[in-house]
Design a protein around this ligand. Structure first.
Ligand code: F6R
Length: 614
């Protein structure tokens, strides 16, 4: 949520910051702004996309010329509507301190009252603005503490989550940053430093980065950086080398990031498995959990916590682990788990799944599970993310940066990781070595099958035409395809704004059937597995009420063509691997419907890629 970029070095700061904001726009895009220092503080900010800020900069950018340091922000509103005055940076009254902030200040209203009573005036409705006035207040009270000391003291008054960058014309050659709950990373260039909320805007300049931890602050000057805790204890930081390129985070010739990411899936799937499975030996080698595998196998119960699409992957994980490893699994929304006083003991394993590794509810569930003594394992995509760091053990999904707000490749990567985990937990216990070999062989064939489905993109676009004017849609699936029905419905609603619901097909007659008429498209996942006959009956039920059926079926299924003209065929696979195939046409359907409706696919309204607030 919200993106931060800061720069200090020898180059013109304004164009560099603007470029960084463009790479960060997927984190928030309702307003953008920057502050640079060239003798004095210059601030520009504007409602709307980074493009709007760019226009403003083209008109009035000359005032920013010559500045070789500055900070910039792209916002996703939490407090105060999207507007010019709520855009960051925020300034103190004398306009010599500028601050940008990601996160939420929970006690902002009491702090604001206090500051108002002391004569401070507020320009915005944001929680963030209290921070800049607090810094101003403590600095004025004791000028000797400097900017760093003022930020440190101010933060002692603050409850909530923050990633902040602060600059001041009183100490013009320094950026002070601090982190609690909202990620910050420092990029180490040649005679220059970058600060950002993630590595995306840094990677084109340097691959050397330092991740700040919660409770840490850094002072970045033109030739140095130091990291201390907020309590002022010096920290030794490890420099990490990033292994993803700029090319990977750009659109690569596709019209949208989402489409690029859908089409990347065969390659991503190979990356997820790379070095982790040996088909002929029936071996699964999962480095991140190796030392804990015995404890994982002895778990009395596994609880999976996640949100949104990651929660859907978790449901598939439940089916996989229970079927193969025979360990009881529960799947909880992280937001429910954290507030319902769950029963968790040291005999339990809690698996948290998160693409971003920063989702606030999932992080809170992780911390709660840890407190209660469970072994906590993570499945994350973003390397070095908070969840990845706070779990005892875990596995990265290696899907690469996912820029489209709607999760696609991260989901299939999560399912593959869960499949490999189920195999590792089963080995030597619940299924034979031969079965493991067979399953791994089939898993290794999935990327090629996905590539074949992607070849049907044009035919899927034709079918999308029939869905594009719908006001509602129903998605049905059974068994392993039930979570896929949920995911298909989520994809459609979040990017095309068509209301859609996913149901286990058998549940239809317990209520949703009342909705079916000629205006209701019903997308049925009807692959050849042990529930095939049942699902055909469900299709008949829909047809007899004049519902319009779009079916996802197994190649070679001639019967289904008697029931509906709109069929998307997918290659045969065993039930446990079907979600990796059946979800692909659903992702493409949503994508095409959304583009046909003129929706902003990569940046759907009201959504952000990384939900770091409750
Ligand atoms: C939907 C989507 C969201 C996320 C959810 C959790 O396409 O992307 O539902 O899945 O916000 O995010 P992560 O996985 O980053 O914890």
């Amino acid at each position: 949520m919200c993106g931060i970029i800061g720069y200090i070095g020898k180059r013109e700061a304004a164009p560099l910051l603007l470029n960084g904001l463009k790479r960060l726009e997927y984190r928030g895009y309702d307003s953008a702004g920057m502050a640079v220092l060239n003798g004095q503080m210059q601030v520009l900010k504007q409602k709307g996309s980074v493009g709007n800020l760019e226009e403003l900069l083209n008109v009035s950018g000359t005032v920013m010329l010559g500045a070789t340091m500055g900070i910039a922000h792209t916002r996703w509103a939490t407090h105060g509507d999207p507007s010019d005055r709520n855009a960051h940076p925020h300034m103190n009254i004398s306009s010599d301190i500028a601050l940008i902030h990601n996160g939420i200040i929970e006690n902002y209203s009491s702090l604001k009252k206090e500051l108002l009573s002391q004569g401070y005036e507020f320009e915005s409705d944001t929680d963030s603005e209290v921070l800049v006035h607090l810094i101003d207040r403590v600095w004025k009270a004791d000028p000797s503490i400097g900017l760093e000391g003022a930020v440190r003291q101010a933060l002692r008054h603050v409850d909530g989550a923050y990633g902040i960058c602060v600059v001041s014309s009183r100490e013009p050659d320094k950026i002070v940053v601090a982190r609690k709950g909202s990620p910050l990373v420092i990029g180490l260039g040649d005679g220059e430093f970058f600060i950002a909320s993630d590595a995306a805007p840094i990677v084109e300049h340097t691959n050397k980065v330092v991740y700040l931890l919660d409770g840490e602050m850094a002072v970045v000057t033109r030739d140095n950086y130091t990291v201390k805790t907020i309590e002022n204890v010096e920290q030794q930081k490890r420099v990490t080398e990033l292994d993803f390129s700029l090319e990977k985070i750009e659109k690569g010739g596709y019209e949208h990031f989402m489409l690029k990411e859908i089409f990347e899936q065969p390659e991503v799937m190979r990356d997820v498995m790379r070095g982790r499975i040996r088909v002929e030996e029936g071996r699964v080698q999962l480095g991140g959990i190796e030392d804990y595998l015995d404890r994982l196998k002895q778990a009395k119960r596994i609880v999976i916590c996640a949100c949104g699409t990651s929660w859907h992957a978790g449901l598939i994980g439940e089916y996989l682990i229970e079927e193969f490893a025979r360990i009881p699994v529960e799947v909880d929304y992280a937001s429910e788990f954290r507030y319902r006083n769950p029963i968790v003991t040291s005999d339990d394993v809690v698996i948290v799944i998160s693409q971003s590794g920063e989702t606030a509810d999932t992080l809170a569930a992780l911390r709660l599970a840890k407190e209660k003594g469970a072994l906590v394992m993570g499945i994350c995509n973003v390397v070095g993310s908070t969840i990845a760091r706070e779990t005892l053990c875990g596995m990265y999904t290696h899907a690469g940066p996912e820029v489209g707000v709607a999760s696609t490749k991260a989901f299939t990567a999560q399912v593959i990781v869960l499949f490999m985990l189920a195999m590792a937990l089963s080995k030597g216990r619940t299924i034979s070595q031969e079965e493991i070999k067979l399953n791994l062989r089939e898993l290794a064939e999935v990327p090629e099958k996905v590539a074949r489905i992607l070849e049907q993109n044009d035919a899927i676009r034709e079918i999308a035409l029939k869905l594009k004017d719908a006001r509602n849609a129903l998605y049905l699936g059974r068994g392993y395809n039930f979570p896929v029905a949920l995911e298909g419905a989520l994809k459609l609603k979040e990017i095309s704004y068509i209301h859609a619901e996913g149901y286990p097909a058998a549940e239809m007659k317990h209520g949703p059937i009342a909705l079916i008429d000629e205006d209701m498209p019903v997308i049925v996942i009807a692959t050849r597995d042990n529930t095939y006959a049942k699902i055909l009956s469900n299709i008949e039920e829909v047809r007899s009420r004049k519902g319009r059926v779009i079916a996802i079926a197994s190649e070679g299924d001639r019967d289904i063509e008697q029931l509906t003209p709109d069929v998307i065929f997918i290659p045969q696979a065993s039930a446990a691997l079907l979600p990796l195939l059946t979800v692909i046409p659903l992702q493409l359907l949503s994508y095409h419907v959304a583009t046909m409706r003129g929706c902003n696919v990569d940046r759907p309204r009201n959504l952000a890629k990384s939900v770091t607030v409750e």
